[in-house]
Ligand binder design. Structure first.
Ligand code: ATP
Ligand code: MG
Length: 550
C-alpha cells in the first residue's frame, strides 16, 4: 500500500493552526502552471505537495493554468500538462484558466482606481525602473501618480480599448514609493500587449501582471493555502495587499517553500527549451530530460516519482537533492514488479560445438525470483548463442572470472560452457567463440560436481529478437574546475549511447512502456515512440547498482 501521509512539516503546522482557529473550514489548494512549457520533476514536487495536502485534509485541489502572458503560452502545453498531472495519479477538482477571470480582474482594477489605489502610468519601463530606487534608496513618485480618479478610469478604459501601443502605458497599484520592500513601490499590475491569446483570442490587449493576477485567481477559486516557491516570499505583502484592497470575499494565504534542485540537472523551462531549440535533445520528452514526459518515456513510474517527492519533503531553505535518490525510488518500485529476462547489448556469437545440430531445448526460468507469483518462463537453448562481448577476454587480468580460453563459466539458467577456441577475422578481431558444454551441469538439476566462479547471461541465437538499446548518462555534467559562461558548456556530449543487440524471443509481446529488468544491465523501458514491429527499442531507466543510500 502506498503511504501517502508525509511526516509533519511547517505547512501542515500552519494548516492545523488555521483549522483550529477557524480561519478556514476546508482546505483548497491549487497547482498553477504557466502553459509555456512541459512540466518537469520540480513541478512534480509542487503537484504532489498540493494534491497530497488537500487529500490528507479531505480538501480539494484545482489545476489552474496561469495563462496571463499571451506571447509564450500554447495549447500544446495545456494538453501536455493535463496529461502529466493525470499520469502522476492525481485528479483535480476544477480545471481553471486564469484567463477566464480577465473580466473580473479588470473590474477589480477599476475598483482599485475608484478607491484611489491604482493609476495609469505614462513613464516608460526604463523610467519606471529608474524611479523605483534601490534597496538603500527610496523610490521617487512619478508625475502620473497624482492623476484624478476620472482621468485614470478614462485612460484605463482606453488602454483596454486598444488606443495605445505596447509599452505606452501601464496600470500601477498606488502603494508606497518609500517602502523598504521594492515590490510595494507602486508595482505594475496591468500592461498592454497586442497579442493573440490561446484562450481569449483578440478580446484583450491588456493583461494583468502575475503579482496582481495570482492572488485574485486564488481568491476567485476559494483557494485557502496558495503554496509557491521561495522567490515569491518578498511578494507576499503585495499578495496580501491585493487580497485586502480588491475586496474579494475569500482570503487566501500565500506560503512559500524551497524549490527542488537536483544534481546534474537543469530545470527551468527556459533552459530546457534552449536544449531543445539548439538540438542537444530531441524534444520535451527526450528520455534525458527531467520533464515528466521525458521521465515517463525513459521508464520512470508515477509511483516512484510520488515516493521521491514525498521523501524529499518541504523546507524553507534551499538544498540540492542527489538525482540518484530519484533513481533509487524507481529501482525500489520496479524491483518486484518487472520481469527479469536476459538481453545481450553488445553481442558475441558462441558456437557450442558438442551440442547437437538442429536441436533446440526449452529451459525453465523464474520470471522474478524475488516475486515467485510471477511464475516461470521458457527460454530456448541451442548450439548457437550470443553472449556479451565484455564477458570474454583473450588475455584476462587476474580475478577475471568470465570466459577466456580454457575457462569454464555458468550460463544463467542453462549449462556450464568452456571456451575451447577463439575465431578471429583478418584484422585479428574476435568474431566467434567455440565452446563445449557439459550436459551434467544443467541448471535446476542440483549439479554439485564442481564449481565455477563466473555466471554470464546469453540469448539463443536463432530465435533471439533483435533490439536497440539506448543507454543514458547525465545530460548535464558538473565541471567545477572550469569557470563557464553558460550551462550549455556543461552538456555531456556522451549522454546517449545506442547499441544493437538481442533479447529473449519470449519478449515478442513486449509493448510500449513495458518495463523489464535485464540481468546485470538494469531496468529498461520499451520506447513508445521508436519501437516498430521489426525492432524493439529499449531505454535504460537505471542500471542495477548504485552507491546511493537513503
Ligand atoms: P520554471 O522556472 O522551471 O520555468 P516556473 O516556476 O516558472 O518554473 P510555473 O509553471 O510558473 O513554472 O510553476 C508552476 C508551479 O510549480 C508553481 O507553483 C511553482 O512554484 C512550482 N515549481 C516550479 N518549479 C519548481 C521546482 N523546481 N520545485 C518545486 N516547485 C516548483
Ligand atoms: Mg515561470
Amino acid at each position: 500500500m502506498e503511504n501517502k501521509t508525509t511526516s509533519s512539516n511547517f505547512i501542515k503546522n500552519i494548516i492545523n493552526e488555521d483549522l483550529k482557529s477557524g480561519e478556514y473550514n476546508e482546505i483548497v489548494t491549487r497547482f498553477p502552471p504557466e502553459p509555456n512549457g512541459y512540466l518537469h520533476i520540480g513541478h512534480a514536487k509542487s503537484i504532489v505537495l498540493n494534491f497530497d495536502l488537500a487529500d490528507e485534509y479531505n480538501g480539494k485541489t484545482n489545476l489552474r493554468f496561469d495563462d496571463t502572458n499571451p506571447l509564450k503560452e500554447d495549447q500544446e502545453f495545456v494538453d501536455s500538462i493535463k496529461e502529466d498531472v493525470k499520469w502522476l495519479g492525481y485528479e483535480w477538482e476544477n480545471l481553471c484558466f486564469a484567463s477566464n477571470y480577465f473580466d473580473e480582474m479588470y473590474d477589480r482594477a477599476v475598483l482599485l482606481i475608484k478607491k484611489g489605489l491604482a493609476y495609469v502610468e505614462d513613464l516608460s519601463v526604463d523610467e519606471i525602473r529608474e524611479y523605483r530606487g534601490t534597496l538603500k534608496e527610496p523610490g521617487k513618485e512619478s508625475p502620473s501618480r497624482s492623476r484624478s480618479v476620472e482621468e485614470n478610469l478614462d485612460l484605463f478604459e482606453r488602454m483596454k480599448n486598444g488606443e495605445f501601443k505596447n509599452g505606452e502605458k501601464v496600470l500601477r497599484a498606488k502603494i508606497d514609493m518609500a517602502s523598504p520592500n521594492i515590490n510595494m513601490r507602486d508595482p505594475v499590475i496591468y500592461r498592454i500587449s497586442h497579442a493573440n491569446h490561446h484562450n481569449t483570442g483578440d478580446k484583450w490587449c491588456i493583461y494583468p501582471m502575475y503579482a496582481y493576477a495570482h492572488p485574485l485567481e486564488d481568491a476567485i477559486e476559494g483557494v485557502t493555502h496558495s503554496i509557491c516557491t521561495l522567490e515569491f516570499e518578498d511578494q507576499r505583502p503585495l499578495y496580501n495587499w491585493v487580497v485586502e484592497h480588491s475586496e474579494v470575499e475569500a482570503k487566501p494565504k500565500q506560503i512559500e517553500f524551497a524549490r527542488l534542485n537536483l544534481t546534474n540537472t537543469v530545470m527551468s523551462k527556459r533552459k530546457l527549451k534552449q536544449l531543445i531549440d539548439e538540438n542537444y535533445v530531441d524534444g520535451w520528452d527526450d528520455p534525458r530530460m527531467p520533464t515528466i514526459s521525458g521521465l515517463r518515456r525513459r521508464g520512470f513510474t508515477p509511483e516512484a516519482i510520488r515516493a521521491f517527492c514525498r521523501e524529499i519533503g518541504v523546507a524553507k531553505s534551499y538544498s540540492t537533492v542527489d538525482v540518484q535518490m530519484l533513481e533509487h525510488f524507481v529501482r525500489e518500485d520496479l524491483k518486484l514488479k518487472s520481469p527479469r529476462t536476459m538481453a545481450v547489448l553488445k553481442p558475441l556469437k558462441v558456437v557450442i560445438t558438442n551440442y547437437p545440430e538442429g536441436q533446440v531445448e526449452m529451459l525453465d526460468a523464474e520470471i522474478n525470483p524475488e516475486n515467485p507469483e510471477m511464475g516461470t518462463r521458457q527460454i530456448p537453448f541451442s548450439r548457437e548463442i550470443y553472449i556479451e562481448q565484455e564477458d570474454f577476454m583473450e588475455n584476462p587480468p587476474k580475478k577475471y572470472f568470465r570466459l577466456f580460453p580454457g575457462n569454464e563459466v555458468r550460463l544463467k539458467h542453462a549449462y556450464f560452457i568452456k571456451c575451447e577456441d577463439v575465431i578471429k577475422d583478418e584484422e585479428g578481431n574476435v568474431i566467434e567463440l567455440h565452446c563445449t558444454y557439459d550436459p551434467e551441469t544443467k541448471s535446476g538439476t542440483g549439479f554439485t560436481g564442481r564449481k565455477v566462479k563466473g555466471t554470464i547471461h546469453w540469448v539463443e541465437a536463432t530465435n533471439a529478437k533483435s533490439a536497440e538499446f539506448r543507454l543514458y548518462d547525465s545530460l548535464i555534467v558538473e565541471n567545477e574546475e572550469e569557470e563557464s559562461e553558460s550551462f550549455l558548456d556543461h552538456v555531456n556530449p556522451n549522454s546517449l549511447e545506442i547499441v544493437n543487440g538481442f533479447v529473449e524471443p519470449n519478449m515478442d509481446e513486449a509493448k510500449a512502456q513495458d518495463k523489464y529488468q535485464f540481468f546485470r544491465h538494469g531496468y529498461f523501458n520499451v520506447d513508445p515512440k521508436e519501437t516498430t514491429a521489426e525492432k524493439l527499442v529499449f531505454n535504460r531507466i537505471v542500471s542495477l547498482k548504485s552507491s546511493f543510500k537513503l
